[in-house]
Design a protein around this ligand. Structure first.
Ligand SMILES: [Zn+2]
Length: 135
């Protein structure tokens, strides 16, 4: 492991429930009380209808790969020991998308568009982070 601290998410009043639920093993997204649209990352109003009433809802953990890149160069020292690794756009079965990693691959580029993946929550410092493995 690197002795350089990994950059970790910034916890805010808005995002605290997201991180707390991940600690409990649940990936959540925000769902609009007016139109039912679901989204990530956290924001104060629905990106579809701008309504400000919403709730955190648990995701099933089932998802698919939308796109990805493989990093061969570390732009932060803390990631050097992880090279090469992928950074992927993941679409949850419920619709919201997030940026994550598909882990556990012998080749980090061994992915395809629409590939089914499932949630794997991994610990980094004080955070539990949503990552994915092939389903
Ligand atoms: Zn809405």
């Amino acid at each position: 492991m690197s002795d350089v601290d990994l950059p970790l998410p910034i916890r805010t009043e808005l995002t605290a429930p997201y991180w707390d639920r991940l600690q409990q093993g649940v990936l959540s997204y925000q769902k609009c009380s007016a139109c039912g649209h679901g989204w990530l990352p956290a924001r104060t109003e629905c990106p579809a209808c701008l309504h400000d009433q919403w709730q955190w809802v648990a995701a099933s953990g089932r998802a698919k790969v939308v796109s990805w890149v493989v990093f061969h160069i570390a732009y932060h020292k803390a990631f050097e020991s992880r090279l090469p690794y992928n950074v992927a756009v993941i679409e949850l079965q419920e619709g919201p998308r997030l940026i994550s990693n598909v882990v556990g691959l012998a080749d980090p580029n061994a992915l395809r568009i629409d590939q089914p993946v499932r949630l794997r929550i991994e610990r980094e410092g004080d955070f539990a982070l949503p990552r994915f493995v092939t389903a």
